[in-house]
Structures are given as structure tokens and as C-alpha cells.
Design a protein around this ligand. Structure first.
Ligand code: NDP
Length: 320
């Protein structure tokens, strides 16, 4: 019997590649010497895609190449690289990897928040440069007495909020809807949240709906003592407006794990001292990336065993 053919669009963990090769005929698009030739040859037979943000954008034109495609298993909880509407129109199921990364991303977010406020990377650079021998490191801002606004109180946002409770800070949130059974104050507009808080943590999905939702007006409302932490997607923040706000002291500081044009980070940001920059690592531990990879494998295995997808995205035609 012919094995089910799966196309992997970009490099994934060796454990994922091995597990998929055991179960399926796996084609590795990123290794093909001639990408178009491989697509011409295998796309008509491919029934499943294993993909991630590293694998490029999956849009309607790309999907046209795959007349027999049934499922796109995407690595990561954010799936803004997949045109879910185009997939749904073709009856193709899309899955992501929610929940298994909540704690890891929340831990990193707290680390980034404290690093930004207490200027941990700057202090490390100061010591290495021999500056401590000349003078003590200048006193830093603090998390004490701060009010933290979470932009996107979803699975990860809630894990961040639970951790923040332990720090004894005030917590509030903004989203499109007020959530029942959530005791934190709700702000129906982001502008009102920014005015009332002095830290904003962005942890929404990316995509057109949230594009540049944090721009000049929100940063101005956050104010000169304000700190922005972005662990959502680079597209959520207007990077040019943020650079301007950091330069002018419109806000105090920022901690960023994500950027508009990754892996390219504007030199203007790199040159600033009041920002902590991370190369999109929030879920990037061995433990959690393995769990995410396993969920990609499990979704494809379950689907082709006729048991349905395990973690379909809400927009997908296949109900859970
Ligand atoms: P969820 O779907 O559980 O939560 C998303 C939250 O965002 C919801 O509370 C939702 O509330 C809110 N939201 C959605 N759209 C908008 C909008 N237009 N305006 C305001 N709020 C909005 O997702 P997760 O918590 O699992 O993941 C959230 C995101 O975090 C991912 O999509 C990804 O972009 C990012 N992420 C980044 C990582 C990194 O490495 N830096 C790692 C993992 C995730 P409501 O529906 O009420 O609007």
C-alpha cells in the first residue's frame, strides 16, 4: 500500500522529522535543490503539510498546487503565516500547537519584564566592560507599585497574569470581549488600558486584525514611566512609532521578543539603551519545542488514522 505523502515546508526538529518519517512518506521542501521542481512533482500527491513560521507563508496561491491536501499541521500556537480562510474554502483543516507552550512563554515574559525594568542585560554589559571598577551601576526602575495591563488575556495571557499575582502588582486586561469569571478589571479600549497602566504586555495573535494596534497614540497614553513588553507578534506594534517613543522618552523602556521583519531588527532599536531585545525565543526551550513538535506529529497521525484533528484552529472547517 502506498504511504501517505506529507510535505514539510521548512526545517523542523529532528525528533519531528524522524517521527513523521516512521509513519509517512516525508518530502523536505527546504532541502530540495529546485523547490519549484519538487513542488511540481510531489504537490499533486501530498495530503498533509507540516509547517511553521520558518516555512514561509501558506496562502491561496500556494494551496492551489495541492489538489489532494487535507490538513496543514502548523508548529506554534500563532498561525498568522497560514491563510486560514483560503484553507477553509478548500475544506483543508488547519491545526496549531496550543497550551503546551503556555508556561514557557509566560516564564520568559516575566523574565523579560524584570530584565527590562531592572536593566539586567545592561548591568551584565556594564560589569563585563569593567565599569563597576569605576562606579556602581546606576539605580534602575522597579516592578514595585506598578500596574500591569495584559493585551490579550488568552491561554498565555492568563498564565502570565497568574505569575504576576505572585509579584503583588495590580493587573488589568484588554481584549475584544469582557471575560466572565475573570476578576481583573477589563478595559474595552486599548487606549484606556494604556492610560490607566504603566506596563503593557502584548500577547495577542498577529495578523491583519491586530496590526499596529500599539502605535503612537497608545504609547503616548502609556506615558514617560511606561514600559512595553511585546511577546505577541512584531506586527502588533508599530515599530517606527515605538523607536520614536523610546528615543524621545514618550515611554520609559521596552522588552521585545518579536519584530516586524524577523530576523532583521532595525539598527535604531539595537542602538537604544532602554530596550531589551530577544531573538523570538519565548517558547524556545528544548522541553517545550519537543512538546510542540510532538503535537504536530500527533495531529497528522490522528487525522490520517481517521480520528480527526487534535487541536484544530477555531477558523477551520473541522469541528473538534
Ligand atoms: P489565545 O487565542 O488563547 O488568546 C489570544 C487573546 O488575544 C485572547 O484573549 C483574545 O481575546 C485576544 N485578542 C485576539 N484578537 C484581539 C484583538 N483584535 N484585539 C484585542 N485582543 C485580541 O492565544 P494564546 O494565548 O495561546 O497565544 C496568543 C499569541 O501569543 C499567539 O497567537 C502568538 O501570536 C503569540 N505567541 C508568541 C510566542 C513567542 O514566541 N513570542 C509564543 C507563543 C505565542 P478576545 O477574543 O476577547 O479579543
Amino acid at each position: 500500500m502506498n504511504r501517505t505523502e506529507i510535505l514539510m515546508t521548512g526545517r523542523m526538529l529532528p525528533s519531528v522529522v524522524e517521527a513523521l518519517e516512521e509513519r509517512f512518506a516525508l518530502h523536505r521542501l527546504w532541502e530540495a535543490p529546485d523547490r519549484d521542481a519538487m513542488l511540481r512533482e510531489v504537490a499533486p500527491r501530498v495530503r498533509g503539510l507540516a509547517t511553521s513560521t520558518m516555512g514561509g507563508r501558506i496562502d491561496g496561491a500556494f494551496l492551489e498546487l495541492f489538489p489532494n491536501l487535507e490538513i496543514i499541521a502548523s508548529f506554534g500556537v500563532g498561525y498568522d503565516n497560514v491563510d486560514v480562510k483560503a484553507a477553509a474554502e478548500r475544506g483543508i483543516v488547519v491545526t496549531n500547537t496550543p497550551d503546551v507552550l503556555n508556561d514557557e512563554v509566560a516564564d520568559l515574559t516575566i523574565g523579560l519584564l524584570i530584565a527590562t525594568l531592572r536593566r539586567i542585560p545592561q548591568a551584565d554589559r556594564y560589569l563585563r566592560a569593567g565599569e563597576w571598577l569605576k562606579a556602581p551601576f546606576p539605580l534602575s526602575p522597579s516592578l514595585r507599585t506598578r500596574k500591569v495591563g495584559i493585551v490579550g488575556l488568552g491561554r498565555i495571557g492568563k498564565a502570565i497574569a497568574r505569575r504576576l499575582e505572585g509579584f503583588g502588582v495590580a493587573i488589568a486586561y484588554h481584549g475584544r470581549t469582557r471575560q466572565e469569571n475573570v476578576a481583573y478589571p477589563y478595559y474595552p479600549t486599548l487606549l484606556e488600558l494604556a492610560e490607566a497602566m504603566d506596563v503593557l504586555i502584548a500577547i495577542t495573535p498577529g495578523g491583519a486584525e491586530t496590526r499596529h494596534m500599539i502605535g503612537a497614540a497608545v504609547l503616548k497614553a502609556l506615558g514617560p514611566n511606561g514600559v512595553l513588553i511585546n511577546v505577541a507578534r512584531g506586527s502588533v506594534v508599530d515599530e517606527a512609532a515605538l523607536i520614536e517613543a523610546l528615543r524621545r522618552g514618550t515611554i520609559l523602556a521596552a522588552g521585545l521578543d518579536v519584530f516586524e521583519n524577523e530576523p532583521h531588527v532595525p539598527q535604531a532599536l539595537i542602538d537604544l539603551d532602554n530596550v531589551v531585545l530577544l531573538p523570538h525565543i519565548a517558547s524556545g526551550s528544548v522541553h517545550t519545542r519537543r512538546a510542540m513538535g510532538q503535537l504536530v506529529v500527533d495531529n497528522l497521525t490522528s487525522w490520517f488514522a481517521g480520528k480527526g484533528p487534535l487541536t484544530p484552529v477555531p477558523e477551520t472547517p473541522c469541528a473538534r
